[in-house]
Design a protein around this ligand. Sequence first.
Ligand code: NAP
Ligand code: ZN
Ligand code: ZN
Length: 351
Amino acid sequence: MLTVNAYAATAATDPLAPATIDRRDVGPHDVLIEIKYAGICHSDIHTVRGEWGPASYPLVPGHEIAGIVAEVGSAVTKHAVGERVGVGCMVDSCRECDNCRKGEEQYCIPGNILTYAGIGRDGQVTQGGYSTHIVVTEDFVVKIPEGIPLDAAAPLLCAGITTYSPLRHWGAGPGRHVAVVGLGGLGHMAVKIAHAMGAEVTVLSQSLKKQDDGLRLGADHYYATSDPETFRALAGTFDLIVNTVSAAVDLNAFVSLLALDGALVNVGAPPEPMAINAFSLILRRRSFAGSNIGGIRETQEMLDFCAEHGIGSEIELIGADQINEAWERVLASDVRYRFVIDTATLTPAQA
Ligand code: NAP
Ligand code: ZN
Ligand code: ZN
């Protein structure tokens, strides 16, 4: 067992604090990763604050992990010491159900093992990436191509794959009009990736404050959702809308922006239910869908795509002592566009 430095939540709303956690011994199929960078995802906050259900504490969040392989188990064939690797939202799955067999482990029928706040094979609550090391079975570790700096790669492990997967599934590409709702961590990745796929990209943000950034990231158009004229001007125009907003929104307003056969795909995961008007779907054969991260094979495909297109996340690198402030800024939509923790700043808890 390895005892490592981490940053942990001890209750739903108390500030996070330095902690130490134990990592299991490296088994035959395991990889020990020295974590270099960990992204802060809004899901970390939903989870710790108990918005998705009760959480157990202490809890170390973090599922956007980039680091270097420090040790491999005796039977490991996929990874070697010194390699640049990443871990996302899952650390294992049943591997046998129909969805796992298709490479869609994110939809594992009995349920995959989440990187944190899940129950590991040892029966213990899993602890995530706000820490210096993690032990993960080799099949759930992906390779980070040389072309992407490690710090800018970390957010790809959740924000990148969560937007890449629906953009691919719903066919974002040349001739397709794609809108991205919310320019935060997921939203800015959706803009970069949809642009690289060749789609015509529109950002729908609460205001025009981040318009220059949005256009620089690859958007062709930028509108404020606070302006009712936006909904009149864009009615019936999009083939695909990816909603990344972390709070409940008026879905019917966004459905009205879809063209014939258009799809509104929710990746934002607010705990509250959202009403949808059947007629707004019926009258243009529109659909409303959701999408959960992506499978391991697709995550590797996404990383290779990002390297090929020179895509990383726009990050603000922070030390451990800035984590609590960063969470508040995420809650205030004051993030450009992902906070990433430099894990070298994780120091032992004060006795
Ligand atoms: P984030 O960085 O906080 O971005 C969310 C953006 O939504 C904000 O930047 C803001 O953009 C907009 N927004 C926030 N509150 C709003 C409100 N009340 N009304 C309208 N717009 C609002 O969060 P994130 O890390 O990208 O995560 C976004 C959501 O996706 C979270 O709910 C998270 O849990 C979820 N998620 C889902 C998956 C999945 O697999 N489905 C994976 C990861 C995350 P503007 O300032 O541009 O308006
Ligand atoms: Zn996430
Ligand atoms: Zn499964």
